[in-house]
Ligand binder design. Structure first.
Ligand code: ATP
Ligand code: MG
Length: 407
């Protein structure tokens, strides 16, 4: 991408109402635009980060045999009434809207009901199971507070996976495969070391769950863990009897804060029973389908990764999610000419700062935008056929031969 050709401009200051670090930095660096509290647009750079996160998740889920769909955001209240979840007292984050022809619709905060119902059309026998179905979809939740930038949106992107099984053993087996896949996903996103699986309450959507919490100062959850991190708990369950089973006492645990980046549940019959998702087993007996569900906050992850790696100069993306690999600057006539050539060969992975600005201003923007490697080509570096390559994270600079860089 040529900087001179995009509509994006970096901002010296974040808008006054943007108090969260992720929101402020991502706005200043031109990744997102705020529509109103809890509602954001993704600009070209931001969309690339989102797509990179999605590609990693998609790759790991497809390896488990999961199949991708895209379900509607508008929801039929009849389905949700069957599970008792259309009521605002049961689910307090609904956005509801009226049809001009009369009647009311909901905007999906999650998708257990419509998917369970949809599968009634396609599942009839044990031969149709198991099934693992996921999507990347916009969810709507009327969150009371939305001051955490893209960590908590009223409209946000989620990956939601649902699994359907003939037995509890099969559900358990798949559940642990997803646990491992989540570990690989967070590793590949660069936050594996800081992300822990915690035992937590299911909140309004289920009774118990496992969460994946990324340690973060501004995280909204309070986490307790022991020395070797073999026990990690959300505060929500600290006083539960689940603690007795784990044979640890409160005093042995340290406290920290985390942002929930994913959540997995064994739903069993919670939705398949009220929505009557059944199958015929090999004895010709009708049985209810076992279910599991597995979420990942895609847009929240972008905010978590942004906050986690930011420093006083700006963003610093891990290579796996960065919108580009190289931030290219040419200095002087010769340097610019060579930079143009490099760009021709690496346009997909390069943000070429070809704007008519002083190098210092370009360097400051390269640090704010957080591309992993800044490549500077000038008449000086060209004296020995090289470029100056600076690692955004470590600040380390190396003189690299252009042919080496080609590799
Ligand atoms: P939280 O406790 O943070 O409200 P939740 O338990 O309501 O999360 P789930 O319903 O399990 O979340 O949704 C799956 C994932 O979607 C969460 O793990 C989180 O990463 C993300 N998520 C949930 N609510 C939001 C939101 N308002 N904005 C952005 N991401 C969200
Ligand atoms: Mg919630």
């Amino acid at each position: 991408m040529r900087f001179s050709k995009t509509f994006i401009k970096t901002l010296r200051e974040a808008p006054k109402d943007e108090t969260a670090k992720n929101g402020a930095l991502l706005t200043r660096a031109g990744y997102i635009h705020k529509e109103m509290a809890g509602v954001y647009d993704f600009l070209p750079l931001g969309l690339k980060v989102i797509e990179n996160i999605k590609a990693i998740i998609r790759d790991e889920l497809n390896k488990l045999g999961c199949e991708e769909v895209l379900m509607s955001a508008l929801q039929n209240p009849e389905l949700w009434e069957k599970t008792g979840r259309f009521s605002d007292s049961e689910v307090d984050v609904w956005f509801k809207t009226e049809l001009s022809a009369g009647g009311i619709l909901g905007l999906a905060p999650t998708h257990e009901e419509p998917l369970t119902n949809m599968l009634r059309t396609y599942i009839s026998s044990y031969k149709d199971l198991p099934l693992y179905i996921y999507q990347f979809q916009t969810k709507f939740r009327n969150e009371l507070r939305a001051k955490s930038g893209i960590l908590r949106g009223r409209e946000f992107l989620m990956k939601d996976l649902y699994s359907f099984h003939t037995s509890e053993e099969d559900l358990d087996k798949f559940y642990s495969e997803v646990e491992k896949a989540y570990g690989r996903i967070f590793d590949r996103l660069g936050i594996g070391d800081a992300t822990f699986e915690t035992f937590a309450s299911g909140g309004i959507f289920s009774k118990y769950s496992h969460e994946f919490q990324t340690l973060l100062p501004v995280g909204e959850d309070t986490i307790y863990y022991n020395g070797d991190k073999s026990v990690v708990l959300n505060k929500e369950v600290l006083n539960d009897e689940v603690l007795a089973d784990l044979k640890v006492s409160r005093d042995e645990l340290s406290e920290t804060t985390g942002a929930e980046v994913g959540n997995i549940f064994k739903l069993k019959f919670k939705y398949s029973e009220p929505l009557e998702l059944k199958y015929i087993d090999d004895n010709n007996t009708q049985k209810t389908v076992y279910m599991g569900c597995y979420g990942i906050g895609v847009s929240r992850l972008m905010g978590v990764i942004a906050e986690k790696f930011a420093d006083e100069k700006g963003l610093a993306w891990p290579e796996s999610v960065a919108p580009f690999k190289y931030y290219l600057v040419g200095i002087g006539e010769e340097g610019i000419k060579k930079a143009e050539e490099f760009y021709e060969d690496h346009s997909e992975e390069t943000l070429f700062d070809d704007r008519d600005l002083r190098p210092g201003e370009k360097f400051a923007d390269s640090e704010l935008i957080g591309i992993p490697y800044r490549v500077v080509i000038s008449s000086k570096t060209l004296e020995n056929g090289s470029a100056e390559v600076t690692n955004r994270k470590t600040g380390e600079t190396k003189i690299v031969k252009l042919e080496e860089l080609e590799k």
